[in-house]
Ligand binder design. Structure first.
Ligand code: NAI
Length: 779
């Protein structure tokens, strides 16, 4: 069509970006790719085709890595790691900076390659994906530069296995590789099988940057290769992808000592209040759900619109949907490109088929032939319907209405996921009141899908755990330096008193602020070193765990209490413990047969003071993001935390676990020291007199090994910690796979509770979830 004809008809004139350079790069590489291991490309092995989903054309052949390839990659990464760490943050910063520059220099090649391989509009890969990749490397070059100064005492984890999805192939690679390298780790990364090409191009850039060999290794292939990485001798697995695979990885790594972060699916709410700027909210929604064809983990896929404006809003939205432009992803004016693969298209269509008849379906602009799906809106759904609950991962928006802000919050939070949410209102009070109440790792106020390297990103619940971006994200790639001491099992003393176990004379459990008999009615004798009977402690059962969790859930008011109030209660506990110091010291000495009781009580009082002090001082941050607005990174309570207390320090151990958790607004279910439980059962008398609301702290006694699976599997518990001298890591991490709760297990490492290692920010960090709230902000 000539320009003249276009002017006459005002028909659309395509403006395609040239694919020539990217196709030439593929041909120059031989069109058949091996893996990138130890600084070079291996000879291609058994290969599979990588196709352009928009045309179906084969772009290249990519190797299905073997166990041998994965082993070689891990070996190369292991060999390279000490020298990479020794280079120091400043040395590594130069390489990260060089990579950032190279990404910018080759941005056009990378953007076109991404669009060819993935089907996303070039407008997005050029203006969003690739610039964010460069930004990620720049930001983390800075983190490396400042590591020694800002993170003293932290060291790299070692070798990181990283598995990324196909929706943002290069961006997810950057999110994984940049922080890992900055902190002195080396990596073995697997791109998704549908989209390996930009990762291989990045390997080329690593060579150009002169990155020491073995620091970055890329192995290609399908989920079987992902499983090989998960099972390899690596120190950490970082995964982004489906909740289903995330769960498998959680179970597969349970008890292995590997650190794990999971960034999984979502069903993010997009809440529009009647006082919102409706035109802006419609435009925001286009970015929320049709960005990347809706194949975005944090896509605003669940529209909640206030009843009074629902019809008007839907009309505006439909008019906009009609005008969206679909087609050749290389066309610079295209809004919606191709679905990544015919298999994914079939998956989306199958889900829609399954829900056929639910709600009213509206489709916007027509989809071209091939791997395309038209923008779709389903209205009139109930919050419980399949399409409202399941992640569709395609260009399908589902919608329901609400009446009041509290109803909006309730519907928005009615999901297993917790990745992101958007709130739209021109009323600052409404917007900022609702934003922190949305149970999601990221909340955008009057915006959507904004990302930056400085702003932590990540989910709650079945959206996974761990954060990427910001100082907060670096925690996932470092650990406290120093040699760890192996933990020895602490055994209870045996005795011969054949006294009948009389449950009326035993100490009780502490549930919901009341003393409670164990459900099973059983108790065990507790002896001193000489075998004399000291008392009896209840043996808790599964039912007791369930009761304690229910009580903790019921004490939600504690999480909403002010930090000042929480601090006061903890000071009061300290004061009341101090008043009974001699009695507790004698009890500890009698149980353990040692002489450190007085010191332990004194340290416990001090620890309570420390966390009372921290309650209102563990602060969030304001992130200087390069977009209009600012991002607040808030420290929110995790929720209900179950914890197995240290065996060796019966009082101090319990206090060291309880105090940071409740200081941050959590409610806890504590399982006391197994061999020495009586200090804990005395301690609830202190709690009883300290104004602590019932249910905030619940104390159980009994066998750690028996109770661990039940607590770890409980769906209403958000995190489980273990400092037990029994190795519970496998049981806890396996059980946690159900609702993907956070875990913190000691992996057999001893901790000196009397020392500084027994307290501090590590505990506060574990007790909180980072919530990032993006707000409009003038500048
Ligand atoms: P997936 O979770 O299977 O794939 C993600 C990555 O994990 C790929 O590199 C894949 O090869 C690898 N993988 C697969 N099985 C594995 C295993 N057992 N062990 C280790 N690694 C394994 O995602 P898939 O099948 O491509 O898409 C399925 C659904 O997952 C989508 O429809 C969507 O709902 C969701 N998804 C969510 C993403 C997110 O960012 N949250 C990204 C991609 C998919």
């Amino acid at each position: 069509m000539s320009v003249k004809e276009i002017f006459e008809s005002m028909d659309y004139g395509p403006s395609p970006e040239s694919a020539a350079d990217a196709l030439t790069w593929i041909v120059d590489q031989g069109s058949r790719f091996g893996c990138f291991i130890d600084g070079g490309f291996t000879k291609p092995g058994k290969t599979f085709e990588s196709r352009n989903p928009a045309t179906g054309e084969v772009l290249a052949e990519v190797t299905q890595a073997t166990q041998g390839d994965v082993d070689a990659a891990v070996k190369a990464a292991r060999a390279a790691q000490p020298a990479w760490a020794k280079l120091g943050g400043k040395g590594r910063a130069r390489f990260l900076y060089a990579l950032a520059r190279l990404v910018q220099k080759h941005s056009r090649l990378l953007a076109v390659l991404e669009t060819l391989d993935n089907g996303k509009p070039i407008r997005e890969s050029r203006d969003i994906d690739v610039p964010l990749v460069a930004r990620h490397f720049y930001y983390h070059a800075g983190c490396a530069q400042l590591m020694e100064a800002e993170l003293p005492g932290q060291e790299p984890l070692g070798v990181c296995g990283q598995i990324v999805p196909w929706n943002f192939p290069l961006l997810m690679l950057a999110w994984k590789i940049a922080p890992a390298l900055a902190m002195g780790n080396t990596v073995v990364l697997k791109p998704a099988e549908w989209t390996s090409l930009t990762a291989l191009c990045f390997a080329d850039l690593c060579q150009q940057a002169g990155l020491p060999k073995g620091v970055v290794n890329i192995v290609t292939g399908d989920g079987a290769v992902g499983e090989m990485i998960t099972g390899a001798e690596v120190d950490k697995i970082a995964f982004t992808g489906s909740t289903e695979v995330g769960r498998k990885i959680r179970a597969a790594t349970a008890g292995s000592g590997k650190s794990l972060t999971l960034e999984l699916g979502g069903k993010s709410a997009y809440v529009v209040f009647e006082d919102a700027d409706l035109d802006s909210a419609v435009e925001g929604l286009v970015d929320a759900i049709w960005f990347n064809q809706g194949q975005v983990c944090c896509a605003g896929s669940r529209l909640l619109v206030q009843e009074g404006i629902a019809e008007r809003f839907h009309d505006k939205l439909k008019a906009r949907m009609d005008k969206l432009r679909m087609g050749d992803p290389l066309d610079k004016c295209i809004d919606i490109g191709a679905i990544v693969d015919p298999e994914q298209k079939a998956r989306i269509e199958a889900l829609m088929q399954k829900a056929a008849g639910e709600g009213e379906v509206y489709t916007g602009c027509a989809a071209p032939e091939g791997c395309f799906i038209a923008p779709t809106l389903v209205t009139g759904l109930s919050p419980a319907s399949l399409l409202m609950q399941e992640e569709i991962f395609g260009p399908v928006l589902v919608s329901t209405t609400f009446r009041t802000p509290s109803e909006a919050v309730q519907i928005a939070n009615n999901t297993h996921y917790g990745l992101a949410a958007s709130v739209w209102s021109e009323n600052i009070n409404t917007a900022l009141d609702v934003a922190p109440k949305l149970e999601a790792g990221v909340v955008w106020v009057n915006g959507s899908n904004m990302f930056d390297a400085a702003a932590p990103f990540g989910g709650l619940r079945e959206s996974g755990f761990g954060r990427e971006g910001g100082w907060e994200g670096l925690a996932a790639y470092t650990r406290a330096a120093g040699k760890s001491k192996a933990m020895k099992k602490v055994e209870a003393f045996a005795g011969e008193t054949a006294e009948p176990q009389d449950v009326d004379r035993t100490a009780k459990l502490y549930i919901g602020g009341k003393q409670a008999r164990p459900d099973g009615g059983y108790a065990q004798n507790i002896y001193d070193r000489k075998g004399r009977l000291l008392g009896q402690a209840p043996i808790s059962s599964r039912k007791d765990i369930r009761n304690a969790v229910e009580a903790a859930r019921g004490a939600a008011g504690w999480s909403a209490a002010t930090a000042h109030n929480r601090a006061q209660v903890i000071y009061f506990i300290a004061e009341n413990l101090q008043a009974r110091a001699a009695e507790f010291a004698a009890r500890i000495d009698a149980m353990t047969g040692g002489k450190s009781g007085a010191a332990e009580v004194e340290a416990s009082v001090d620890r309570l003071f420390t966390y009372a002090a921290w309650a209102d001082k563990y602060e969030g941050a304001v992130k200087p993001v390069p977009l209009r607005g600012t991002a607040l990174s808030l420290r929110q309570p995790t929720g209900v935390i179950g914890a197995f207390c240290p065996d060796e320090a019966p009082l101090l151990g319990l206090v060291s676990v309880m105090a940071p958790a409740i200081a941050m607004g959590n409610r806890v279910v504590l399982v006391a020291s197994e061999p020495f439980p009586l200090a804990a059962t005395d301690f609830y008398q202190v709690l009883d007199t300290s104004d602590l609301p019932g249910g905030v702290v619940n104390i159980l006694t009994g066998s750690h090994e028996e109770l661990a699976p039940t607590l770890a599997r409980h769906m209403d518990v958000e995190a489980v910690w273990s400092f037990s001298s029994s190795d519970l890591s496998k049981a806890i991490e396996t059980g946690a796979a159900g609702n993907l709760k956070r875990t913190w297990v000691n992996d057999g490492t001893a901790r000196d509770w009397l020392s500084a290692a027994g307290e501090g920010e590590t505990f506060l960090e574990a007790a909180t979830e980072v919530q990032t709230v993006w707000i409009p902000w003038g500048a």
